[in-house]
Design a protein around this ligand. Sequence first.
Ligand SMILES: [Zn+2]
Length: 285
Amino acid sequence: MLYRVEGIVIRSMDYGEGNKIITLCTKSHGKMGVLVRGAKKVRSRHAAATQLFTYGEYVFFRGMGQIGTLNGCEILESHHEIREQLHAAAYASYAVELVDRALQDEEAGGYMFEQLLAYLQGLCEGKDEQVMTHLFEMKLCQAVGVAPELNSCVCCGRNDQLVSFGWRLGGAVCSTCRKREHSQYLSPLPILKLLQVFAHTDLRRVGNVKVKPETKQFLRTCMRGYMDTHVGVRCKSTSFIEQMEKYDLAPPKVQEKPEQHTEKLEEQVQDDAKLAWNQDIKLDE
Ligand SMILES: [Zn+2]
């Protein structure tokens, strides 16, 4: 059967003499594997189509129960900006690996395709890689059905007085239960507010995300702890990100975007949740 599908390359590996096998996250058919003959040859017209993060329309033939064989590809967005920047490439590699490993074929539906595409576009536009990646993790957790409980206390069930995010516990913790838990596994209030915003944010509508450095630091601890405990997929690309952070390979300063982007995300945020975005708020309140 001949397929014509829009897809994003989430995995690309060498296969045999000069060939590659790519895994696509497609808009209409979940994840699909496609063999690209001769992709490693210098003058292959398909070489660009096999690069990680490439978004294109792929045409391939696939027999019953077999892997597809590429006939042609029209590249819609190469996302080359990501491959040219160490930080963006590291985070995006993690995101596509997560899609490859954490999602079943049927879970990688149209919604996750759109979220991944918006995520990659955001990185190309210079949005904060780390924050965008945590947002993407949240969308993935929701798609897989392991999203954190953020609207009621995971210990007692009450839905008021929520003061913290407990990543080991898997969600919000109220002021009473907080006293009984180990504080090293609990976040300050702004992180909970931020995650509540993430849960309701579609990556296609995200403006220029600004989160102050201390909040980002805490967010990283919380999301990594949460992903390790509740998703349990250890990605190879995670260790590269950790190395990058360890040696403090700071990303190059991204030029500020014009103001038109900045308001969009905040518009969706409830008033109290806006606290999380306030540059003046103290984390250890
Ligand atoms: Zn409670």
